[in-house]
Design a protein around this ligand. Sequence first.
Ligand code: UT7
Length: 335
Amino acid sequence: MYTSKIVGLGSYVPENVVTNDDLSKVMDTNDAWIQERTGIKERRHIKKGDGNTTAVMGVKASEIALERAGLKPEDIDLIVFATLSPDMYFPGCGVQVQEMMNMRTIPALDVRNQCSGFVYGLSVADQFIKTGMYKNVLVIGSENHSGGLDMTTRGRSVSVIFGDGAGAAVLSRSDKEGHGVLSTHLHSEGAHAKELALMGPSTEHWVPALIEENPQEDIPYYPYMNGQFVFKNAVVRFSEVINEGLQSNGLNTTDIDMLIPHQANLRISQFVQKKFQLSDDKVYNNIQKYGNTTAASIPIALTEAWEEGKIKEGDTVVLAAFGSGFTWGSAIIKW
Ligand code: UT7
């Protein structure tokens, strides 16, 4: 029986820093509100002409992850790309990475599970490695949110939260038992699909129909979020899925060395930290710098925590995510 191990991590964010004060110049918001409600101080936005796209940022993060893994693009057997903001409606970003990184004609799989996308992708990679089918899998989470946000006061409850960036992990086969990805736990509840959604353009809602069907004040080609409802579900599901992961491995909350929660809102992370009675050094947050980068948030945070020496060999690392779908999931990793 094989296990899968993360052997390389990388992240990339665009250089362009957008502060809360910058946003207050284009919409009715302010630094105090954003910091108090979300913890966010600034985020990165792609700047026109900087060459970044969702796929390009994914490649930049992947190049770092591959170098750290000591692997070459030709060593990768499968690409799993998680995003809600692909460069094209179709095909997905995975095939763009295959081309840009000059990889063999390996499979490229696109995952559409929003904030849970990286955990879903990691789970897919883990299964392919555990069955013995693939040896090295590249999992990417990347988002270009800034291109599709309503940057007026109408969109402020969503637009101040999201940022651009990418993170990547290389998973490799290992035959050492009891280490690497111990287990992953995935869930969904489609009854709440429309509570956090971008309705169109889509096959059900092409642009002319969207314009005809909707009054100006409710524009469905910008993301919609029922913030308080999402928040309430998030804190419950985060807790459930972390507990599920711990229990299935016979672990307790005191066994957690590092929790990397999806960076949705600092208040959600703090709630979870308190519930599991974790000290500050056992929860990693960087939403203050990047906002919510959806599928990219966990791999960016994981990369930074590792770079800062906060994750060591033998540590029990827990990843947990919740978001649009609703979808949620966790991964328990022995580093
Ligand atoms: O990653 C995917 C999962 N996403 C999440 O988990 C997000 C979960 N939800 C949240 O993080 C929070 O609900 C938000 C940060 C989105 C909103 O915070 P809130 O404390 O739930 O605020 P609210 O939506 O209830 O709005 C409170 C007030 C409203 O004004 P009134 O009606 O009380 O006069 C809003 O219009 O704040 C107003 N408001 C703002 N004011 C200044 C909303 N957005 C802004 C803004 N700046 N950007």
